[in-house]
Ligand binder design. Sequence first.
Ligand SMILES: [Zn+2]
Length: 718
Amino acid sequence: MTSTLSLILKGSLKKIKKVVIFLYIIAIPFSNIYSMNNPFYKSYNTQFEIPPFSEIEEKHYMPAFLKGMEEHNSEINEIIQSPEKPTFDNVIIAMERSGDILDRVSNVFFNLSGSATNIKLQEIEKEISPLLSEHYDSISLNPDIFNKIKLLWEDIDNLELSKEENKMLEESYKNFLRNGALLKGLEKDRYLKINQEISKLSVQFSQNLLAETNRFEIILNEDDLNGLPEDIINLAKEESEAKYKITGDNQYKDKYVFTLHNSSIFPFMTYSKRRDLRERLYKGYITRGDNNNEYDNKDITSKIASLRVEKANILGFNTHAHYVLDNTMAKTPEAVYGLLDKLWKPALSRAKSELQEMQSLVEDEGQNFKISSWDWWYYSEKVRKEKYDIDEEEIKNYFTLDNTINGIFETANKLFGLTFEEKFDITLYHPDARVWQVKDKDGSHLGLYVGDYYTRSSKRGGAWMSAFKEQSNFDGRERPIIINVCNFPPPSKDKPSLLSFEHVTTLFHEFGHGLHGLLTNTEYRSLSGTSVSRDFVEFPSQVLEHWASEPELMKSYAKHYETGEPISDELISKMQKASKFNQGFANTEYLAASYLDMDWHSLDTKEIQDTKSFEKKSLEGIGLIEEISSRYKTTYFQHIFTSSYSAGYYSYIWAAVLDSDAFKAFKESGDIFDVNLASKYRKYILEKGGTEDPMHLYRKFKGSDPDIAALLEDRGLN
Ligand SMILES: [Zn+2]
């Protein structure tokens, strides 16, 4: 994934909020805000302009945010007050240039609040988040700044703008429109009210879901643990010990607790021999938010869906999906449904044959029951072991973190001629973080790449790419500082950090986003690097995953951590054979959730729906079989009810069509590092950021439209 931070903080959407500033000036002494002794107040006088981490203290953040908003406000005010005729320079570029302090403090703060947080940072985050969202929101509804942009937009043909300037103006204008800038009077009031209501309901949804996830558990005895690996058992024991400590409740004494958190339920579903317990846990999982109690999400979700229709209508769109998709690569709901429909049948039919295979195994074992949805993980794992004979532990020995870093750097070197030199004289924010200077093939400086790879309690889960500084050229050549954050196991006393192949793929994925951020070469920050539409942004990351498993590259970077022996052909071939395993199931449950998302957001009526029957109709409509559930059901579909993935869950597979098709071109050239293709990929995709329509860019790179055939083949769905 990429961090949305950089998308939120772009220059074209910023404004004034005096009340807010005033309130907080009361809370913090003037001397703190105006003291010049704050590293965020001036540009960094450091090597590569990296933030001066050794000087930054927690006490600097809040004053810098407040001063940053104040400075930003007065800059925007100056643009508004200017008596001159609006020009691209005095409006659009002036906005792009505004908010320096705010950018500097945000880039450090939000990176650290994700990867090295503490109670203090969490408090600041809680305090500053609503202020920032108000700060930016109010810009998009400021009629004075919008009118200047509108005048420019209406005169665009006479402005003699470059292609990229044109795009900047277009994006600014459209962003304002999409955020309600044209609304007046009652409509505007209602629009604001809807936004507030949706955000309140979303918070409620998320708190309910958390409560529902936390309140369910199963407490087991030692003889209930049949089949579970030792590390899973240890986790369950720790969980019960922790609960006993907190509650003093004897029911936890010397027991094993399993919960609905992913790290607990899915290993249990995969390995537990107890069918009855798998059923109990699974049913707990899929009924979250649907228990007719105080945490029920059914009414909340149907209300959100209804409010979204109303909001879309106010903004001139027929449905929420039309509104959301308008500025994506897919553009229309029809295009999204078109893709889902092409994949659905092959995925479902593959899943049905996987089901048969598992059913035969049940019968071979002399048992007499029909596979249910809570059996899927357990029996698919059994089939996998039987068919592919894969030993995860054996694989890990070849993928130390350092080997894998060599693998990503080698890929970038062979494709684009980039070189990486680790810098030891730069202070970072945490001893685990490392930094490399990235140079282009002619030796010129391209940017910095920071890697913060090990898991720790101050880091949130998952993996992501973000930036401490973004690229731009309009005020002189500014090169980026990119960061990859992961949650890989740290080295132990006698072993280096060893990665599972899933971790390896994750590093290639995040490094793919990283290359998008490092190789970008645009005039304006707002259009640089990963500032592209949501269904395009995963293309550069997902495409790099393909290189990770190429035997040619693997033999060079995957070496046994003790013997230094390269990985054997036999092991590579086993891994390749197993890679298509269970794809019917994985794609079917993913696609079902994508349909459910699209159906909720293709409603063209504000009428409140009955959540259960709506969902049933949606899933029955596509012919989902009862042995598979949608990956998310409505009442716990966080992506679409609390984060920005409404009418957007399809994005991953949309980008997958592109990455499979693009990688196929490399394979077909006979050289996975084909220099000619790589340079086109760099020139038309990685360097261009959001400066052009992504489909045009893709065509320029590939010479043709993306074809779905490669994806079907990659996933074994052809
Ligand atoms: Zn990603």
